[in-house]
Design a protein around this ligand. Sequence first.
Ligand code: ZN
Length: 236
Amino acid sequence: MSVPSGRMPARGAPAVVLLSGGLDSATVLALAAEAGYRCHALSLDYGQRHRAELLAAQRVAQALGAVRHEVVQLDLARFGGSSLTDPSLSVPTDGLQPGIPSTYVPARNTVMLSLALSWAEALGGGDLFYGANAVDYSGYPDCRPEYVEAFERMANLATRAGVEGHAIRLHAPIIRMSKAEIIREGLRLGVDFSLTVSCYQADAQGRACGQCASCRIRAAGFASAQVADPTRYRPA
Ligand code: ZN
């Protein structure tokens, strides 16, 4: 799956791509680059448990030819409310459970998309890329297609670009793909998944725990795609 037809910009148009350091957003960056956008990668240093994913984002942005990579610091750990930002809460390691897990960070993706929108409008571009996935995921409300549509609508109401008829488009090209499909798509585009870090509690070297939901979904994706898993795991 590529960028939806009928929504293609002129080649060389700027786009802002949210980049977390994980494999989904790396694949989305590669898709945006393939579609001909000049990709501006945006990561958020929001007080997550480890720096490894931000270092991964930096490597991925460079490897996939982003023209610029910004890491915005905005400390959501001051609010807490998530096991990814509050060290007194532990990250669940017992597999996917019903309900929205404690690894949900209150409104984080809306904060990130709002920053991406600001940057895109400042660049004179109207294209945002978001690696949301509503198939192999943890049930986060801001990864659903309804959310993507609602944010795009809001973005067109909220900006000068939108009001003056320069439509803002929020692309979520992998939202309906399985993790295995995302992995195959990434490989087709030359994404080096060994550069990415998906684990919620990776160590300082970026080695994964193998137990958290993100590690489990990622490992199952490589197994299902029948592709060797390049993830580095820390010793048990
Ligand atoms: Zn993990």
